[in-house]
Design a protein around this ligand. Structure first.
Ligand code: HEC
Length: 161
């Protein structure tokens, strides 16, 4: 029993130190990966995400959000009717394809905002706090929250070259 307190950390250290952790994108799951990268991330976001949006989901803000998405997010997250890019296929965890019907869910806008502002560590999701203004962060968050029901002009922006 007592000896376990010494043996376990040593075995854990050797596992890490001697290159047994599968870190390639197509490797198997690392022990505790789901707990850390899944449960812990969701719990932290639930704790910190703002409950209310700082700006309303007007057409003007959603269109502005569509422009930001077109410029910065498409390569990883796709547009309506697209298939994942080679880069998206080469990532673990894979970036969700937001216009795939399976992920058209209505996640709360504050949750989008938190993730877009802060990013998700140990995944490819960048934090955009330094790249976008507070207003732009909320615009793209509102765009995300309303993407199942976009106007024709917002949709047109997404596929514009
Ligand atoms: C370099 C690739 C990349 C770019 C660019 C990128 N993302 Fe992501 N994003 C990811 C990955 C990978 C995940 C999945 C993270 C995970 O599962 O832990 C993710 C997750 C997310 C999530 C959480 C989805 C969920 O199911 O909880 C949101 C919201 C998001 N991204 C929005 C955006 C927005 C908006 C932009 C552009 C401003 C953007 N991302 C740009 C790779 C990217």
């Amino acid at each position: 029993m007592f000896i376990g307190w010494i043996v376990l950390p040593v075995v854990g250290f050797l596992y890490l130190r001697f290159g047994y952790v599968p870190v390639a994108v197509d490797g198997p799951m690392i022990p505790f990966e789901e707990l850390l990268a899944g449960t812990a991330v969701r719990a932290r976001i639930a704790r910190e995400a703002p409950a209310k949006a700082a700006l309303a989901a007007t057409e003007e803000h959603i269109v502005a959000g569509a422009r930001i998405y077109r410029e910065r997010c498409v390569e990883c997250h796709g547009i309506p009717g697209s298939t994942p890019t080679p880069e998206a296929k080469g990532m673990f965890p894979p970036p969700p394809q937001f216009f795939d019907q399976k992920v058209m869910g209505n996640e709360p806008v504050g949750q989008n905002y938190w993730i877009i502002a802060n990013g998700i560590r140990l995944s490819g999701m960048p934090g955009y706090k330094a790249a976008l203004s507070e207003q732009q962060l909320w615009q793209v968050s509102q765009f995300m929250a309303n993407r199942a029901d976009l106007s024709a002009s917002a949709t047109a922006i997404l596929s514009a070259k």
